[in-house]
Design a protein around this ligand. Structure first.
Ligand code: KG4
Ligand code: ZN
Length: 342
């Protein structure tokens, strides 16, 4: 399966065999284009996807040993051609999504193979399973990205239940907003993490919103608390604020993840989404799970952030359960999760 991901600011394509073996995975980031605006500019993202989609898909095909018509290159000795084309249909920016969806549908039509529309969040869930196919289920997945914060229990392929979600900002969004306020640069998550390395998280007191209130989360009050603290203490060291903010987010995320795992009797925990690349979150999750004797799986950082291999993994399950997606399907910028069970 060839899969394409263009929901936000990464143009990505991957070729994956049987939903498990990654033959190639190419990600072209637009970070340098959006940097000076301090966030993703939808119009610029759409145009950049149009420019990048051909080279990125060509590299993914060539890297996996296929020619531009989806047939194996003679030198590879591989048999069989690309059998399906998947693309992220949502959630995401409509102008960005449409590039990948249209391109994937055109290839599927030209090659006469099925088109498969994939929910981006379902893709993030499969990122861990791609790297750890033998993971015991049920597993609780903390899915924290720029647009979403969800706690999901995965009981089997396609069988999930949302246990908790953010009631306001996503965790990644909070990192991005705080980074912008502290003038740390873009993208915000890695910038806050870098700044926090030189800071003392104890030096600034911040709240842990909704810590003891079920499995839903809230991050917008924490962002406001950062703004208020810095306004009242203009001499505070920025690394201390960054460290304290990161620690507060991580405290909440780890606490809720462990509570979710206990509530459903999970046999393991894993992380997904861009914020799962955060070193402090990874460290604290490992410590907390070890203390409870709970197996934990941390996908590689490249598998946490947006990529197309995870879209192929989810697409493989969707194709097997639902069959192909109508070629008339469009982008769904506000697609919800969970998608209906297969
Ligand atoms: O999953 P992703 O690549 O795109 C979305 O689907 O949103 O996640 C991007 C988000 C951004 O908000 C970014 O600031 C955050 O993940 N992020 C991080 C780190 N790396 C990326 N947040 C905290 N620490 C990081 N190291
Ligand atoms: Zn994502």
């Amino acid at each position: 399966m060839l899969a394409i991901e263009t929901s936000c600011d990464e143009t990505a394509a991957a070729v994956v065999e049987s939903g498990r073996t990654i033959l190639s995975s190419v990600v072209s980031s637009q970070v340098d284009l959006h940097e000076r605006f301090g966030g993703v500019v939808p119009e610029i993202a759409g145009r950049a996807h149009v420019e990048q989609i051909v080279p990125v898909v060509s590299r993914a095909l060539a890297g996996a040993g296929f020619d531009p018509t989806g047939r194996p290159l003679p030198t590879t000795g591989r048999e069989g051609r690309i059998g399906a084309v998947a693309a992220t249909t949502g959630p995401g920016l409509v102008g960005a999504l449409l590039v990948g969806v249209s391109f994937a549908k055109a290839l599927a039509l030209a090659w006469d193979v099925p088109f498969v529309g994939v929910n981006h969040l379902e893709g993030h869930l499969y990122a861990s399973l791609l790297e750890e196919p033998g993971m015991a289920l049920p597993v609780v997945v903390l899915l924290v990205s720029g647009g979403h914060s969800l706690l999901v229990v995965m009981r089997g392929p396609g069988s999930y239940e949302v246990l908790g979600e953010t009631v306001d900002d996503a965790a990644g969004e909070a990192f991005d907003k705080v980074a912008r306020f502290l003038d740390l640069g873009y993208p915000g998550g890695p910038a806050v993490e870098r700044a926090a390395k030189g800071g003392d998280s104890q030096a600034v007191r911040l709240p842990r919103p909704m810590l003891a209130e079920g499995l839903d989360m809230s991050f917008s009050g924490l962002k406001t608390a950062v703004v208020q603290f810095v306004t009242r203490h203009p001499g505070v060291r920025t690394p201390d604020v960054a460290a304290a903010f990161q620690e507060a987010v991580v405290d909440v995320l780890v606490h809720k993840t462990l509570a979710a795992a206990r509530a459903v009797g999970a046999r393991g925990v894993c992380l997904a989404g861009g914020v799962a690349a955060n070193g402090r979150l990874r460290e604290r999750t490992v410590e907390a799970c070890a203390a409870e004797g709970l197996p934990v799986f941390l996908p590689s950082r490249a598998m946490c952030t947006d990529n197309a291999a995870m879209i192929a993994a989810a697409g493989h399950v969707r194709l097997a359960s639902d069959g192909s997606t109508s070629i008339g399907a469009g982008a769904e910028p506000s697609a919800r999760f969970p998608v209906s069970p297969p």
